[in-house]
Design a binder for this molecule. Structure first.
Ligand SMILES: [Zn+2]
Ligand SMILES: [Zn+2]
Ligand SMILES: [Zn+2]
Length: 150
C-alpha cells in the first residue's frame, strides 16, 4: 500500500476546510540546484533555475538542471498543518501546493543555501547564508574581521 498521498489540484468544490487569509504556511525545500556561476562576470548566481539575473553584473542568464528538476518532482515533505507526508509533484521552487489530506495551501520555498567557511585566524567553522558577492565577516569567536567572496 502506498503510504504517501499526492497533492490535489485546486478544486473549488472541495469540502476541505480552509485556512484564514493571514495564516500562510511555508515549507523550505531540502533540494537546491548546483551552484552556478555567471558566464559574464564569473560571480555566483542566485540559487535558482530558469530565467535568473546575476546580482553582481545584472546579466540575464538562463539556467537549467534536469537532475534537480527530477528531485524537486519527487521531493517528500511534511504538510505544515497536518504533518502528512506528501510528494511535491512540481519541478519548480517556490511552488504553491495544497495538501491532499487537510486541504491547507502552503508555499514550498526554495532551499536556503548555507555554507561553512573557516575563520582565517582561529579556524572556527562559521555557517552563513550563501549570497553572491563580497561580504565582511566578523568572527564571533576571536573578533577577527575578514572578507569572503562567493
Ligand atoms: Zn554576472
Ligand atoms: Zn495537511
Ligand atoms: Zn576566528
Amino acid at each position: 500500500m502506498n503510504k504517501f498521498t499526492g497533492l490535489q489540484a485546486n478544486n473549488p468544490k472541495s469540502k476541505k476546510r480552509w485556512t484564514t487569509m493571514d495564516e500562510h504556511f511555508t515549507v523550505e525545500s531540502r533540494i537546491a540546484p548546483p551552484a552556478l556561476t555567471c558566464p559574464k562576470c564569473n560571480g555566483l548566481l542566485p540559487s535558482a533555475l530558469g530565467e535568473i539575473q546575476c546580482e553582481l553584473c545584472g546579466a540575464n542568464v538562463r539556467t537549467d538542471h534536469e537532475p534537480t528538476r527530477t528531485k524537486w518532482m519527487k521531493e517528500k515533505l511534511s504538510c505544515p498543518s497536518c504533518s502528512k507526508v506528501l510528494i511535491a509533484g512540481v519541478d519548480h521552487r517556490p511552488a504553491e501546493l495544497r495538501c491532499g489530506g487537510c486541504g491547507v495551501q502552503f508555499t514550498l520555498e526554495a532551499k536556503v543555501v548555507r555554507v561553512e567557511i573557516e575563520c582565517p585566524s582561529c579556524h572556527r567553522g562559521l555557517r552563513m547564508r550563501q549570497r553572491p558577492g563580497q561580504r565582511t565577516i566578523n568572527c564571533p569567536a576571536c573578533d577577527t574581521t575578514f572578507k569572503v567572496r562567493f
